[in-house]
Design a protein around this ligand. Structure first.
Ligand SMILES: [Zn+2]
Length: 284
């Protein structure tokens, strides 16, 4: 079984915007300018052998939160493979009521924050009541970290101390850290080693190392950090494709993963077991 723990199926308007953004930010991105729809994305993933996906949406403005949460609910009703996560925006009022609606009524499994794109910082105090409610309900939050260079308009870099502060402040909330602060993998490794409410999301990390090497950079240290972490912590690590916003086509992303020659057990953990354990047995 494969659980892709990081995908972005969003309303068509946002998918069109994503297709345009890929072409703007990445030279020669194979997905840029393509017209993908919710149906083609689900078909592509299923052709690749994917059984379930963690689907993440994120609101660019506070007024978009409700629409996106309703969209993810609709999507999870349309496709049995979709495990939906909700979104919040720092400017949302009644933020705890949004958390309650998503979890208690819609049956979502947690939330995703993409602070660079959403235009706020994950340690914005307006989010604290939301984190508190997530803790109370026993659901998790996925926060984007790393790849800072692709988000030049960012107001505040997402730093290790910022995330560590949140992890300490909300010790029973599970934090899934997307992209492991790439390329600062040492920061992600430090967190998984020191806090047991941390899960590392390796999405894009394999492909990024390979693509950076193709650019002529030496990534030996990053390779070592990644393989060391996988050997020790694969039961707290997941893999996702970021489809259709990942670093290549689906075939390319899986080719990059295979190129690392991971052991059977590590692959089983990051492609399935860790994600399965995260959603299994949750009281939602
Ligand atoms: Zn993503």
């Amino acid at each position: 079984m494969i659980i892709d723990a990081h995908t972005h199926i969003m309303p068509q308007r946002r998918l069109n915007g994503l297709s345009y953004w890929l072409g703007k930010v990445f030279a020669d991105h194979p997905m840029a300018g393509q017209c993908f729809t919710e149906d083609t994305i689900v078909e592509d993933l299923s052709r690749k052998g994917t059984d379930y996906i963690f689907n993440y949406v994120f609101s660019l403005r506070e007024s978009e939160t409700e629409e996106l949460n309703l969209f993810n609910k609709y999507l999870s009703e349309k496709f049995a493979s979709v495990i939906p996560f909700g979104c919040i925006h720092a400017e949302n009022r009644n933020i705890q009521a949004i958390i309650d609606l998503c979890i208690k009524t819609f049956g979502f499994r947690g939330f995703k924050l993409h602070p660079y794109v959403q235009g706020f910082s994950p340690d914005d105090e307006r989010l604290f009541p939301a984190y508190e409610r997530m803790e109370e309900l026993g659901v998790m939050v996925n926060i984007h970290t790393g790849f800072d260079e692709y988000y030049p308009q960012k107001e505040k870099t997402i730093t290790l101390s910022m995330i560590e502060g949140l992890i300490c402040r909300f010790p029973s909330l599970d934090f899934i850290l997307s992209h492991m602060f790439y390329p600062r993998l040492d920061e992600a490794v430090y967190l998984v080693e020191n806090f047991n409410n941390v899960i590392l999301d390796t999405t894009n990390v394999f492909s990024a190392i390979i693509q950076d090497e193709e650019k002529g950079l030496t990534m030996d240290k990053e390779r070592e950090l990644l393989s060391g972490a996988l050997k020790k912590w694969s039961q707290r690590m997941v893999f996702g494709t970021d489809y259709p916003a990942g670093m290549s086509t689906l075939d390319g992303i899986y080719r990059d993963l295979c190129a690392f020659g991971l052991s059977k057990n590590v692959k089983q953990d990051i492609l399935c077991s860790t994600a399965e354990n995260l959603v299994k047995g949750k009281n939602v």
